[in-house]
Structure formats: C-alpha cells, structure tokens
Design a protein around this ligand. Sequence first.
Ligand SMILES: *[C@@H]1O[C@H](CO)[C@@H](O)[C@H](O)[C@H]1NC(C)=O
Ligand SMILES: *[C@@H]1O[C@H](CO)[C@@H](O)[C@H](O)[C@H]1NC(C)=O
Ligand SMILES: *[C@@H]1O[C@H](CO)[C@@H](O)[C@H](O)[C@H]1NC(C)=O
Ligand SMILES: *[C@@H]1O[C@H](CO)[C@@H](O)[C@H](O)[C@H]1NC(C)=O
Ligand SMILES: *[C@@H]1O[C@H](CO)[C@@H](O)[C@H](O)[C@H]1NC(C)=O
Length: 366
Amino acid sequence: MMLRSSVFVSSLVAAVSAHQNFHQFWVNDVSPGYQVAIRMPPSNSPVTDVTSDDIACNVNGSITPSGVETYAANEGDKITVNWDISSHPGPITHFLFGPVDDASQASGIGAGWFKIDELDYQNGTWANEVVGNNGGNYTFSLPTGLESGDYLLRSEMLALHGAQTVGGAQFYIGCAQLKITGTGGGCSPTISLPGAYNAEDDNIYIPDVYNGFDPTTYSAPGGSVAVCGASGSTPATTTKAAQLSSSAAALPTSVVANATAITTPSSTAQAASSLSSSAPVSFPTSPLASSSASVPAGTAPSASAPSTFATITSSSALPTSTSASSSGTVALYGQCGGINYTGATQCASGSTCKVQNDYYSQCVSA
Ligand SMILES: *[C@@H]1O[C@H](CO)[C@@H](O)[C@H](O)[C@H]1NC(C)=O
Ligand SMILES: *[C@@H]1O[C@H](CO)[C@@H](O)[C@H](O)[C@H]1NC(C)=O
Ligand SMILES: *[C@@H]1O[C@H](CO)[C@@H](O)[C@H](O)[C@H]1NC(C)=O
Ligand SMILES: *[C@@H]1O[C@H](CO)[C@@H](O)[C@H](O)[C@H]1NC(C)=O
Ligand SMILES: *[C@@H]1O[C@H](CO)[C@@H](O)[C@H](O)[C@H]1NC(C)=O
C-alpha cells in the first residue's frame, strides 16, 4: 500500500508536461494524417466541468457539421492513438458513439456512448506512463459485433493530479470520426455524455489521492467495457444480456432491433471475441526492440523510444525481464531510476535523468 501510494505521488511530483491533445490515429497502422479525421479542440486545456457538453468531444467538438472527414475501419481493427505525453497520472479510455448515418453531423451529446477499452493502473504503472513510454502511442482493438455505420471514437485521458478537490480532475478528450463496417449487433451498457460522470464520483473526486489512495483499486469513469453482439445464451453473458435489455431504451432503434434479435450460437462467439479483443493494450514491442538494438544510444531519434517498454515492467512485478532492459535509452518522461529500479538509466538524446524522489527518477528535457 505504501509503495503503491509512493508510486502515485512520485508521478505527480514529476511536473514536466501538463496539457495535452489527441493528434493522430492509425487503423491497422495506416493513418489518415496528422490531425485528420479528428475534431481538434481550440486549445490543449482540459475539460473540468463534467456536466458541460464539452465532456462529450471537448470544446467546440459537438459543432455540426464538424468539417472533419470520416475514416474507414472494420470491426476488430487495431487502433493506435497518439497523444501529447503527460506526466499526470491517470487512465486512458475509449468510447464509441453510434451508429449514426453521418458522423460529421453527430454532436455526440447525450445517450449512445459505450466504452470499448480501458487501461487504468497495471503492473505498478498508470496508463499515462504507458502512453508516454510508447512515444504517446496507445493501441487497442475495435470490438467485433458492431453494427455497420458511422461512429465517433472518443479518446479520453483523465489526469488525477488535482483529484483531491471537487472539480480538480482534468479530462483531456478528442473525438475521431470512423465509418465502421461490422457484422451487426448492439453494444451494452451505453451511457450519456454529459450525464454519466458526476463531479463527486469516487473515480473523479479522490480526497485521499495523496494520502493512502490505492491505485490498484481504480477504474475509470464511464462504467464497464461494453459487450457487443451479445446473445446472453451462455452463463458468462447472462448478466450482460440483462444489462442489454435494461438499457435498451437508451440505444438507437436499429441497434435495439439487432441486439434483441440475435440469439444464435455464432453470436455467442462474437461476444466472446469482442471481450477478448477489448482486453487492454498491445504493444509494438518488436519494432522498438529492433530499433534499439541497431541504433547506437545517443544518436537515436528521441521519438523512437527504444527499450522503454521493458522499463514499465521492471518497477516490481516482473523482475526476470529486467536484465534485458537495463541497456538502451529511456524516452522523455520515462522512468530512469529509483529504489529497486533496474531498467535502463540513460535518457534519450535531448533529455536528462532527474531524481524526483527516492523511488522515482524521470527523463526530463535537458
Ligand atoms: C467555438 O466555435 C465558435 C463558433 O465557430 C467560435 O465563435 C468560438 O470562438 C469557438 N470557441 C473557441 C474556444 O474557440
Ligand atoms: C502487465 O503485465 C502483464 C503480464 O506480463 C501483461 O500481460 C500486461 O500487458 C501488462 N500491462 C501493462 C499495461 O504493461
Ligand atoms: C505510433 O504508431 C504508429 C502506427 O503503428 C507508428 O507508425 C508510429 O511510428 C508510432 N509513433 C511512435 C512515436 O511510436
Ligand atoms: C441487423 O444486422 C444485420 C447484419 O447482421 C443487418 O443486415 C440488418 O440490416 C440489421 N437490422 C437493423 C434493423 O439494423
Ligand atoms: C526493494 O526490494 C527489496 C527486495 O525485494 C524489498 O525488500 C524492498 O522492500 C524493496 N524496496 C522498495 C522501496 O520497494
């Protein structure tokens, strides 16, 4: 408990970067471009009023037509998002809104959102650190069992460093527009934005965030990750099926029609694969590993973030992997030292290792 708390606090002390935006995404490693198909907000400041319409798609993110193009994807596709790197601890979550006929005409305000991916605190590491250690990238999969149509993809990074006061949590949000081809089926549970978040929810207002809070107990706002294409014909999906029917009123009509109609065994498989495909994070470890092996330390471009994946796991949970990781360089904002830390200690070119406290040293701009 004490150690976990110290991990949290040490991240907070590392006040290097602050505000952030979601700038780019890739579908199976192909991107429409920098700030393309994303509703870019006018600034990189956070939303803090969870009752504001801005909580859906950030400031001015609900203006229609959005003036932003809609990019094609298939259900189950690998999505990588790229965010500005932040040292503020907190989760990353992804939601879809839809299906709608035309994403550029969807405000995203109100009912019809469902969570498709969530990473909170794992292996002694907050999601923001995982993102930072991957050069701002975070990868997850679209669920299977989606109705074909346009969707808003909402990426949220919640910074908890001010969460000890009501209204202090900082929501960084960006919405992309996707045209998804799916095999059909509804997703449940769905939520409303604004509506689902309350300023005093125990994952938004955390009075003891600097004083005993256990990050391993944390889960991000917005409820559970939705199940899509669910049939409810097996014990494992019965509960989800019950949620599906109880929340049916909130779903768009076409989704309800399909969600209630699907009862075949094959849709059970869809539900199962949808669950596994939404499991947290895959990492592009092999490209990073190979680039760190072939590029001499010190000359590597800082964005290539060589062996920092290994440094994530080295903090405590996976000591066996640490010997391989202690060579190479640490990306900007990655950990480079601290008690019992055995990962790489050399910061990427342009950054330097700075002691934050006994437990945590971090690469910061030189
Ligand atoms: C939001 O959009 C409106 C209308 O286009 C514009 O007048 C306003 O300046 C925008 N707000 C910000 C913060 O950019
Ligand atoms: C945490 O460790 C497990 C087991 O090695 C791994 O599967 C998972 O991807 C790790 N999570 C993160 C965020 O690194
Ligand atoms: C992010 O992921 C994309 C897609 O795989 C890749 O092309 C890009 O180089 C990555 N960026 C960083 C900083 O790792
Ligand atoms: C339900 O999904 C099927 C594909 O599985 C699609 O052909 C059909 O049009 C959908 N029905 C409605 C009402 O959306
Ligand atoms: C460092 O590791 C040792 C041996 O596993 C352990 O006893 C000690 O509590 C650790 N110290 C910290 C600060 O985690």
